[in-house]
Every structure is written in C-alpha cells, then in structure tokens.
Design a protein around this ligand. Structure first.
Ligand code: PMP
Length: 988
C-alpha cells in the first residue's frame, strides 16, 4: 500500500534533477541557511528535495516546497518537530532491553528544524517555476522498514515507537491542527463514495468495510480520545537501525488532530501486509503500542475496523488516481498487496478480532463474559440437570445415583485440558466438556432458552440462546446428539428448563458455554490452540457452570507466553533476571530446575535458606495448614514456641517479638517502635542501604531514593558514610582505625541534627550490607556508631533480613562479630524458607513504649502455619548443623576466590563471612567493572550457575546460596567462575 499523492521522502526519485537544479539548490542552501556541501536529489512529487552532506559529515534535507504550499501547513509541521525536539524525558524502566528505541517517557528521535540565516524557520527561494518555500531538516539515519524482515520483536518495537511519538504529542496544540486531510481515517465516508470505481471481488470487500465504519465506528468516534498524531507510519516513513530495530518516524506531512488510536490503526494497516494471518501479525504492534501508551477499551473496540478502513481507503484512492492517470502501473502494483490483506481478513469475525486485540493487551477477551459467569456464580441462573439422575448444582453434595457408567472409547473431554494430538501438531485444548450419557439418554434443556441453531449433519448439534437477568445474551452448544432426535426443534422456538433437547447419539454429548457466537453458530470450534487458550476460554467459558461442577483444567504456558502475559498483566516495574529469563519449575537443595529439566546451581537465593523445598519445612506447613490457620488473637502454642526459640537465639535484652510478613513490614514496624520510644522522627541510615519497598522504607533507602526513579532524600533521613574498606574514603591496608573513623560520619550527622534542635529516632543498618555490595564493616564500626546514637537518645536497629539465621557461620547473627547488641532487630527472608514470615524482636522497654492503647494486629503475621514453618526452619538449621556448614563452605569459597583473584585481574576484592560473599570486579585504578560484572553473570549462567550482581555500581558478584551448598558445588562454582572470568577478560 504505497501512499499516493504525497511526498514520501524516501521513495525512488520521480523526476531527476538537472545539474542546473543541483547548482541552484546548492546556492540556496549556502545563501539562505549557511550550509555548504554535496547535494543529491531525493524523491518528491511536487516538492524538490535534496540531501545535503557537509564536509564535517553532517547531513540535512533541503526541501523546496511547491509554489502554493499552504504556509500554515508548513508551520504546523515545524511546530510539531520543535515540540518533539524539546520534549525532555527520562528513560522508562527496563527500556534498555525493549525492542524499539524509545519508551514512554523518552524523547523519540525526529528530524530537527534548521533555521535559516535570518533566524526564521523557512525562507523564500526563487526557483524556475516561481517562488518556493525552502526548509532544512536534519537527516535521520536508517533504512526504511520495507527493507527488513518484520519479526514479532520488530513489530512490537514499531508499536512502541508509534506510541512514543504520538505520546510525545499528547499535549501539542496548533491553530492549523484540525486539518481535513483526505487520508484522515475519519474521512472514510467521503472516500467510500469512490468504491464504485472498483470492480470484481474488491468492491464488495471494500463496501463491507465502509458499512462497518458507518454502523460501528462512526457512532463511537466522538467519544475517543483525540490529539495530534503522526498519522502516517507507513513502511517508507519508518526507519530502522543497523540491527533492524525501529529507530525513527519521518515525514510529518500528515500530522493532524484525530482520534489517537488512528495513529496505531495506520501503522497496523501497513504492518499487516505480507502476512498469511494479517490480524495475528499485527498483535505485537498493538501490544507494543499499549506498553508505552495504554489503549482504552473504547479504542480497542474500533481498532480492527479502523485498520481495515485504512486499507479500503487506500484501494479507493489509488483507483481514483488510476482513473485520472491510467498509465501509472505502479498504482496497480501497490493495490494488489492491499487487496490480498482485505481478502484474507474478509472471513474474520469483527467480534473475534476485537477480542483478540483486547487479549493482546491483557484485557479479558469478551468484556461481557464476566456478566455471564456471574449469572451462574451468583446463583441466579439455577440450571436444571441436563441428564437424568444428575443432581442440580445446589444439591451437588448429596448427588443422587448416576446410571451405570458406559464404556468409552476415549476419556471424556474436560474443559481446558489438552486434547490427544499426534506429535508434531500444534497442541490444543478442549473448550467443551463431555457429558457421559450412555446411548439414547435424553439430554434436557438447562435454562429458559430460545433455539438458535439446529444442525443435523454430520451429527446433531443444537445452539440455545439465553439471557442473564441484566439482558446479556449467552449460548449453550450441544454436540453429538442423535440427528433424528432433534428434528422437533426449530430456530426461534422457546424451551423451558427441563424440556427434552434430544438423545445422546453415542456414549457422550459435548457441552459448551459461549459468551459470543462469533457468527459461527453450531460450527463454533470445540478446541483451541494452547497458545491462544486465554482468548478462547474468554469466549467459550467453563461449561461446568451449567453443570454445577468445577474442575476445569489450567492451560499450559510456555516461557514466551508467560513473558508476554507478564507484560500485559503484571506491572513492568517488576523486572526479570538475565538476558534470557529462566522458566523455573522445581527446586531441591541448592538447585533449581527449568521447564526442560536442566539443573541450575543457585547462588542467589538466601530465602530458601535450608534448601529449596526442604521436606521437613514443606511437611510442617502442610501439617498445620491441614489442621488450623487463624491469627494471633487466639491462644495457640506454635507462635509462643516460635517466639521462645527466637529469643533463646538472641542475646539479652532482646525478648519481645512481633510477627509480620516481609522484611519491609519488619523495618516499618521497627521504625514505629523507635518513634514511639523516642518521640523523634529523624533516622540515620548508611549510604546505598536498602531496607524495603514500603513508602516508609523507600524513605530510608538511598539505594532507591538516590537512584533511577527516586525522589531524593527525605528531610528526616540522614545518610551516613558507608564504611567500605575497599572502595570507601578510608581503606583497609592504607588507613588506620577504620571502624572508629567511619563511625565519625554518624557522629557528624547527629551533631547536625542537634544543631538544628532535633533528636534521632533511630540508626538503621544491616549487619553486613547487602545491596551496598556485600560490605563487611571494619572492626568496631557498629560499636562506635551505636555509642554515638545511644548518647544522642536514638535506638539502634539492625536489619538481619539478608544475613541472619546462621548464614555468616562464625555466629548465628550478623551483628555478633561487631560486638554489639541492637535495640531492635528485624528478620525476614530466611525465616520461612520461602513462606512469607518475618519478625521484629526488641527490648521490653521499647515494647512498653509501643503499648499506647492502639492495638497492633497483623492479619497474617505469626499465624499457626507460619509459626510451624518458622519452627521447622530453626529445627533444620540446628539438626543439619547448617551454621557450621556455612562457615566451612564459606572458608572453602573464600580460599578459592582468593586463589582466582591472583590469576584474574578483574577481581578487585574478595570479601564476606560464611555464605554471604562478594567479589568486586574492578578495572585499572578501582574503576568499577560494571559491564564486565554483567557479562560474568551471564557467562556463569551459560555454565549452569546463577549469580546476581549488586553494589552502587552493580559490579559486585553476590554469593548467598541456600546453606545446603556442598563442597562439590563450591568447587564447581569456582571452576565455572574461573572460566567465565577468562572469557570476559579476553574481551578487555
Ligand atoms: N532489608 C533488606 C536488607 C533487604 O535486602 C530486603 C529485601 N531485599 C528487605 C529489607 C525487604 O524485605 P522484603 O522484600 O521481604 O519486604
């Protein structure tokens, strides 16, 4: 569908420029714009366009607009380009890995307007045919989209890019923006008048599209969000970079105020071409667009018709031009491709297309399906049994006896279950369920119905139409009935619940519950591809609702499908690890297993502390979950026993416990305790610290508030220097007395507070800092810091969320080697071995300050199941000697890593305690080797070992495995790391 009647900037030149013209243009460029260089003619039907390359390598487009070009139109284009150029923004999260160059908040690349020497945006230029308006734009590098293979990834990038450009224009206004362009999709009714110019099969195809526009789209247009859009993302106006990813949109000649969704519809109409299944091909464009600029249900309702309308307009307009220019065969060639798409789409139900588009962006496919399900689930429907002997739904528990089960040739179909398929075929699921009947058994109508379809060939099928109380129509479809038994039914006839429908032809009848017929009647499919399960299950919903029985099977999801669903239905603020994310299905000990069965040695997970899925922990949870699960408002021995066990493990005077669900909640409560005890609000934290995702904890986490997306330090948070003996201001081996001197930073912050007449509520610190890069504080640091804080009236909180419970080996808690006892300790990750269990333990004095009359109630915290799981974890740590084991494995790893550091220049530092270790990668002169750390992580992964990276510069390899790591696992890791470092160092 090549555009006609326009100046497509990159199309083959239509009229060659003479040497005279080139010389004239060069003079104009120099005299009017001060630009000298080599000129090459560019295509343009009415305008004269030239590429200008300067000696410095800068490139521009010189445009000499046809005499009579409306200056208001050029002003609009310039204003749009200036708006885009001035659009500041920050990169969207995760956009580095996304296809398409830009995300929602970024500035989409676009040509820039180069002013003339007199400062104006254009200049009058004398040309052979009169005075032309001269403009200069910067040249956009890239190849046209038409030249690359349109992979799903690129199509998604295209959608993202179109959305980014239009999103950047969302608040743009201009006096000339309300243009009545012939190509505006809203101008379809006028173009529809050209349909009689078409002949053969094309005319009815196009007429049907315009009729849909008139009946379905036009009444909805006014309510759609409107704005100025690019309006012309055709294959020649989309530029791709060397890797084939969309890099820019050019040609802003059609910008106009339109329904926003039209910009996507135009892109979709072009992107559909050349695909066997055009609608399926365009889905990535739509989901990509939605990722940047979420689509509204009302836009999705008209999108498919708008895409087809663009195609129909294209053939009509080209027919019109061909009528005026019969010698132009080019017009016919471009029409052929469009015709093919229109033909391929002709059989598609617009309802199904609408549902596909909704599904692609993560809405329920049919928005009315919810009302249908509710009709049953609310108990309003009260269907009667379809078969004799079957209990109505309300009596399902005391089901009456069912006739003796007949012998079946194959197992009965269960809704959602995979069908038996020969290998190599695309796997499918059942959309219906089988009623096992025995031959000749009468099937009865379950609900008030109107007969919709009766079909007797190849076997008897009936479709009944029903309505919910609210008037939403839905249908039941019955198959495999004896054809001769349904002849009494006629479409339009009414049936009451219990009326006979027909007899089962063989040993079973198949039932479907449909929320839309898609114009298919009894031919509605009863199976669907597994990778389209969400779509089809949203239309053909669970027939168990009619039968009063559950048990629908859940569809299988493959890695790609899971990733796509995450994009539409989970926040994209939630990231995935690794370039190729892992699809894990099972864990055991220190190993994880992916969907293919491949084992991965897990050095990341300090949550599954005693090993993934430890049988004693699993059994404890299972046992208690099967017995009782309530909350702490009742007497229950488990929570008391658990509190006692924790207190035994902690030094005096820590003896009062609170149970919560996460490390963040624990730190939030610690903050409340400290505030209650001190009456103060100011908190000291360490630089780069992370204490949790709650608002109160983001406020205490420089790791968050000082980095991407952060809003900076709150007034009541005071950041102390991180005592980092490797990279910090004071260094081990060079400076003395590091602990005391780093603690001076705490004293300084306290002095600052005092000078402002404020007092500290608390000093929060991890016992060893994890997010800061696995930092082991210098001796005496916490002791000195605590003394300063307590002297100023604050309480000392240690966050043991990452390091507690024996991980550091030398001691059970991370704070012990520092010779301190905190006033409040917060515990999290390892406590429940993956079950959400966290705790705060404090002194009786602080606990007393919190007893203000306000109840502390935490719905889930400390429930009997959590407490039993917590107890089982403590038992396993003790019974399997995991603390001592962590110490031995830690020593083994430290020895090995130090050996490697002698061989690998990338290793700058090796540090840690027990199984909480860090390997910091540095280039010459302590330069953080961030990219190399990422590469090592991937190279280690390629060899079957999982590591994470962290630290302020993300250059520290973190090692914090389940404590059950074996000596052989350690040696395996050391070998793998040796290899991986060698591989990455070879690239330096
Ligand atoms: N404190 C520290 C030191 C942490 O590392 C984390 C989690 N990474 C938290 C608190 C918050 O724990 P959660 O994610 O369980 O809320």
């Amino acid at each position: 569908m090549r555009r006609t009647g326009h100046d497509d900037e990159r199309r083959a030149a239509s009229s060659p420029s003479s040497a005279d013209e080139l010389e004239r243009a060069a003079t104009l460029a120099r005299d009017l714009f001060g630009l000298a260089g080599r000129l090459e003619p560019l295509p343009g039907e009415k305008d004269r366009n030239f590429r200008l390359s300067t000696a410095d390598g800068d490139r521009y487009v010189l445009k000499l607009h046809a005499p009579g070009t409306d200056p208001a139109e050029l002003d609009l284009q310039d204003a749009v380009l200036l708006h885009l150029a001035g659009r500041a923004g920050s990169p969207s999260p995760g956009s580095r890995r996304e296809p398409g160059a830009v995300g929602g908040g970024e500035r989409p690349p676009a040509p820039r307007v180069v002013p003339a020497l007199d400062g104006r945006r254009s200049a009058a230029a004398a040309w052979a045919d009169g005075t032309r308006t001269a403009r200069v734009l910067t040249w956009m590098a890239g190849r046209p989209w038409a030249e690359v293979e349109p992979t799903a990834r690129r199509l998604r990038g295209l959608g993202r890019h179109v959305a980014a450009v239009d999103h950047a224009l969302r608040d743009f206004t201009h006096p000339g923006m309300r243009r009545e362009l012939v190509w505006n999709l809203t101008g379809a009714p006028a173009v529809a008048d050209l349909a009689p110019l078409l002949d053969g099969e094309l005319r009815p195809l196009v007429t049907e599209v315009f009729d849909r526009y008139r009946d379905h789209v036009a009444p909805r247009v006014a309510a759609l969000p409107h704005q100025v859009i690019h309006n012309d993302a055709n294959e020649l106006n989309i530029l791709v970079d060397d890797g084939g990813e969309v890099a820019a949109l050019i040609d802003f000649g059609d910008v106009a105020w339109n329904p926003r969704v039209c910009g996507l519809a135009v892109a979709g109409a072009y992107a559909m071409q050349g695909h066997a299944d055009p609608l399926r091909a365009v889905l990535p464009v739509v989901s990509g667009y939605d990722e940047v600029s979420p689509l509204r249900p009302a836009e999705l309702e008209v999108l498919y018709d708008l895409m087809r309308t663009r195609l129909a307009m294209s053939v009509c307009l080209s027919a019109y031009q061909h009528a005026n220019d019969p010698a132009n065969d080019y017009l016919l060639v471009s029409r052929r491709g469009v015709t093919r798409v229109l033909r391929r789409l002709a059989g598609t139900s617009p309802g199904l297309a609408h549902f596909r588009l909704r599904d692609a962006v993560g809405f329920a496919p049919n928005p009315l399906a919810r009302a249908v399900r509710q009709h049953f689930e609310s108990g309003v429907a009260r269907p009667v049994p379809l078969l004799p002997g079957a209990a109505p739904p309300d009596e399902a528990v005391s089901a009456r006896p069912v006739p003796a089960a007949p012998v079946l040739d194959a197992p009965p179909a269960r809704y959602g279950e995979e069908t038996a398929q020969p290998p190599g075929r695309r796997p499918e699921i059942h959309l219906g369920c089988d009623l096992v009947t025995g031959e000749g058994v009468t099937v009865r109508c379950p609900l008030p119905s109107v007969v919709h379809t009766v079909k007797t060939h190849p076997s008897g099928s009936v479709v009944l139409e029903h309505r919910t109380d609210g008037g939403v129509p839905f249908w039941t479809l019955y198959r495999h009935l004896d054809a001769s038994s349904i002849t009494h039914l006629t479409p339009g006839g009414e049936l009451a619940p219990g009326d006979p429908l027909g007899t089962a032809g063989a040993t079973r009848a198949r039932l479907q519950l449909l929320t839309h017929l898609l114009g298919m009647g009894a031919d509605f499919p009863d199976t669907a591809p597994v990778d389209e399960a969400d779509l089809w299950r949203g239309i053909s919903t669970d027939p168990g609702l009619v039968l009063g029985r559950g048990g629908a099977a859940r569809p299988r999801r493959e890695a790609d499908g899971i990733a796509a669903r995450r994009r539409t239905n989970l926040s994209r603020a939630m990231s995935l690890s690794y370039r190729e994310p892992l699809h894990l299905v099972r864990g055991e000990g220190a190993y994880l297993f992916d969907a293919s069965g491949r084992p991965w040695l897990d050095l990341v997970n300090n949550v599954c502390h005693v090993g993934h899925c430890h049988p004693r922990v699993v059994a404890a949870g299972h046992r208690q979950a099967a017995r009782l699960n309530t909350n702490t408002r009742y007497l229950h021995e488990s929570v008391v026993e658990y509190a006692r066990r924790l207190v035994e493990l902690l030094p005096d005077p820590l003896r009062v416990c609170f149970f919560v669900n996460s490390g963040s909640e624990a730190n939030d409560l610690a903050l409340r305790l400290a505030a209650a005890h001190t009456g103060a609000a100011d908190v000291l934290v360490l630089d780069h610290a992370y204490h949790g995702h709650l608002s109160s904890q983001i406020a205490l986490s420089p790791y968050k508030f000082d980095r991407r997306g952060g809003r900076g330090r709150p007034d009541t948070t005071h950041v102390c220097e991180l005592p980092d003996p490797y990279r910090g201001r004071l260094r081990a081996g060079r400076d003395d007395d590091l602990g005391r001197r780093y603690a001076g930073s705490v004293a300084d912050r306290l002095a600052g507070l005092a000078a402002a007449g404020r007092r500290p509520a608390a000093f929060f610190a991890e016992s060893l800092q994890s997010c800061g890069g696995q930092i082991v504080y210098p001796d005496g640091y916490l002791r000195e810091a605590f003394e300063h804080v307590r002297r100023a009236g604050g309480v000392c909180v240690t966050d043991e969320v990452q390091v507690g419970l024996g991980r550091v080996g030398r001691s059970f808690w991370g704070f012990e080697p520092q010779g301190v006892v905190p006033d409040i300790v917060t515990l999290g990750k390892p406590l429940g071995n993956g079950h959400p269990l966290a705790a705060v333990v404090t002194t009786p004095e602080i606990a007393r300050s919190f007893e203000t009359g306000m109840e502390y109630f935490n719905t889930f915290g400390g429930n009997p199941v959590s407490a039993e799981i917590g107890l089982a974890v403590l038992d396993v740590v003790r019974d399997e000697g995991l603390q001592a084991h962590a110490r031995r494995r830690g020593e083994q790893l430290l020895r090995g890593l130090r050996r490697l550091s002698g061989r690998h220049p990338l290793i700058g530092d090796v540090r840690g305690e027990g199984l909480f270790l860090g390997v910091e990668l540095s280039l010459d002169g302590l330069l953080p080797a961030t990219a190399q750390a990422g590469a090592v992580k991937e190279a280690v992964k390629a060899r079957g070992v999982l590591l994470s990276t962290d630290g302020p510069a993300d250059n520290v390899l973190k090692i914090k495995p389940p404590l059950v790591l074996t000596g052989a696992d350690c040696e395996l890791f050391l070998d793998v790391l040796d290899d991986a470092l060698g591989e990455v160092e070879a690239t330096l």
